[in-house]
Design a protein around this ligand. Structure first.
Ligand code: FMN
Length: 207
């Protein structure tokens, strides 16, 4: 591991796939350009996400360092708390269509399916040797204007993708966040056996 590059892998209680274990929301982006073929693989991963009625409601508006003035515009929607992402050579605005295309009925699962597609992108980013960071902290109203989002779409998140940089390149406030141990609720608080009163861990006690 290169000096200053952090790998904040998950400390899991049970074995999981290596890609899932290694994915994390890093903040130190290198300004190094990302190869187009890698970007396409990441978007392809989103494309193959399952969705309700196969609607595929996700849409991605991509900004890269190939067009610095447009990338700068995309950066302008980010809140100060997410300014670390201004280093990234790729910013993406992830939006999702609220209605089914065939019936024009509202799609209850539009955000669910966008989230699933985003996670596919996340995993493929790491598979490509890149990092990714999802951000809900941005000016939605401004994003709607800057990215010209039609009313039948909901703005989801901003996504930063790039090569990982060293922790030293981050401003102090982000350095601390970037090195903080990652935490999760125990399995017994998120999965239940038959009713919400029985944490799944009871299955182990039963053995
Ligand atoms: C929908 C969504 C919105 C998020 N928004 C932000 C954000 O605005 N700023 C930020 O620094 N991290 C943001 N995150 C990252 C989360 O804080 C992070 O995923 C969580 O702390 C778990 O850490 P991990 O991804 O390293 O496992 C967001 C993540 C998701 C999924």
């Amino acid at each position: 591991m290169e000096k200053g590059i952090i790998d904040n892998h998950a400390l899991t209680d049970y074995p999981i796939h290596d890609l899932l274990r290694k994915r994390w929301s890093a903040r130190a982006f290198s300004t190094r350009k990302v190869e187009k073929i890698k970007l396409f693989s990441i978007l392809e991963a989103a494309r193959w996400t399952p969705s309700s009625r196969n609607e595929q409601p996700w849409r991605y508006i991509v900004f890269t360092s190939d067009n610095p003035s447009r990338l700068f515009e995309a950066q302008s929607v980010l809140l100060e708390s997410n300014s670390f992402a201004k280093q990234a050579p790729i910013l993406i605005c992830a939006i999702t269509r609220k209605m089914y295309t065939d019936s024009q009925e509202s799609n209850r699962l539009y955000f669910h399916d966008l989230g699933a597609a985003n996670e596919n992108m996340f995993l493929e980013s790491f598979n490509q040797g890149l990092i990714m960071h999802e951000m809900g902290g941005f000016n939605i109203k401004l994003a709607k204007e800057v990215f010209k989002i039609p009313d039948d779409y909901e703005v989801g998140i901003m996504i930063a993708i790039g090569y990982q940089g060293t922790n030293e390149t981050l401003p102090e406030k982000f350095k601390v966040k970037n090195t903080k141990p990652r935490e999760r609720k125990p399995l017994s608080q998120i999965a239940f056996l038959e009713d919400l009163g029985r944490g799944i861990q009871e299955m182990i006690k039963e053995e």
